[in-house]
Design a protein around this ligand. Structure first.
Ligand SMILES: Cc1cc2nc3c(=O)[nH]c(=O)nc-3n(C[C@H](O)[C@H](O)[C@H](O)COP(=O)(O)O)c2cc1C
Length: 343
């Protein structure tokens, strides 16, 4: 049996996509990336299923997106099966292109409860999570009603407010993003377990939970996973320390993966996925544009969430440090413009 692939089956090779980063890859950032260079796919920041299923509708901000970001995958994490089921239905209702389950987050408050990388220590439960999300995707395609599925009216009303399209009854592919182990490397055993549940795609970060973000990502382990996935008809994306498009292409060839997801190297660089090398002047213009878009679309967010992006746009020129200090105190796009145009 081959997994249901959905959009994963239509991506052009090699796949070079944007890795989800909580607090970074929000809708304005993804908008800038998709405008200035186009990754093969993007993912939302991860969203906690228990919080959202219980009615924390403010968490739906993680699921805002615009059409130009497609293909876009909603990423979710948590422990409870019932909450996974309900939030997966919400992702279908919002017409994402896929649903990704986070089984890799190393934050203690996440992994200690058994979610994120904690799933690596609970393989039986991890299998049930994949089965549950796939069942939700199938039930949605078969016509289940959100109220009938036990989703609270307050959440349905909030979903209706943020959706941009008429909900479509299409089957969404389910994927997993994970690490090579918890305390120690268990790549082959863990990836074989996941592969039995036939996700459409697995993204593998070449570090264990214990490593957090330290040391180098282990691409030899990623190559072992790629072999297992190829036999199972599952695409495998490698992840960890990809520094440029050239580096991405070299790693794809060397380690036999279908593609990669890139995270930190894209910070402050929405041109990452293209060929254009921007001037500092262009970087400033785009920093201002990003600030304006952030304000326009995210009025309810405090502007300080924008400041880290601004500091990333300002590197490698004389006076960069002083400019960053000023930007880190800015409170509006007008202030950003005044600081950068003075330069
Ligand atoms: C600030 C930050 C937030 C992250 N948030 C998420 C997340 O929400 N979901 C996820 O699967 N991975 C998350 N990650 C992990 C990245 O997606 C990626 O796996 C990791 O950074 C390694 O790739 P890179 O070396 O290209 O950055 C996060 C990483 C960083 C640095």
């Amino acid at each position: 049996m081959m997994p249901f692939k959905g959009f994963w089956g239509n991506l052009k090779s090699p796949i070079i996509g944007l890795s989800p980063m909580d607090g970074v890859t929000d809708a304005p950032y993804r908008h800038m990336i998709c405008k200035y260079s186009k990754p093969s796919l993007v993912m939302t920041e991860f969203c906690n299923v228990e919080g959202l299923a219980r009615g924390a509708v403010s968490m739906l901000k993680e699921f805002l997106y615009s059409e130009m970001e497609r293909p876009i995958v909603a990423q979710i994490y948590g422990v409870e099966l019932d909450s996974f089921y309900k939030v997966a239905l919400m992702c279908c209702y919002l017409d994402f292109d896929g649903i990704d389950i986070n089984m890799g987050c190393p934050a203690n408050k996440v992994a200690r409860r058994g979610s994120g990388a904690g799933m690596i220590k609970m393989p039986d439960h991890a299998r049930k999570v994949i089965q549950t999300v796939k069942r939700a995707a199938q039930d949605w395609a078969d016509g289940i009603d959100l109220e009938e599925a036990g989703i609270r009216t307050k959440i349905i009303t909030a979903l209706q407010k943020i959706r941009t399209n008429e909900p479509k009854r299409r089957l969404l592919p389910v994927s997993v993003k994970t690490r090579i182990g918890y305390d120690e490397i268990v790549t082959e055993k863990w990836i074989s377990t996941l592969a039995e549940e036939q996700p459409a795609n697995i993204t593998l970060h070449g570090r264990t939970f214990r490593q957090m973000y330290l040391g180098e990502a282990n691409w030899d382990e990623i190559a072992k996973a790629a072999k297992i996935c190829r036999q199972a008809g599952i695409t495998l994306l490698g992840n960890g320390d990809v520094r440029s498009m050239e580096d991405a292409k070299t790693k794809i060839k060397t380690y036999g993966v279908d593609g990669v997801l890139v995270g930190r190297s894209t910070m402050g660089n929405p041109w990452f996925f293209g060929k254009h090398e921007p001037t500092q002047e262009e970087r400033f213009q785009v920093a201002i544009e990003h600030s304006r878009y952030f304000e326009e679309k995210h009025m309810d967010h405090a502007f300080f969430a924008m400041r880290k992006h601004l500091s990333w746009y300002c590197r490698g020129f004389d006076g960069a440090r002083e400019t960053r200090v000023k930007l880190m105190q800015s409170n509006s796009s007008d202030e950003v413009e005044a600081i950068l145009l003075q330069k």
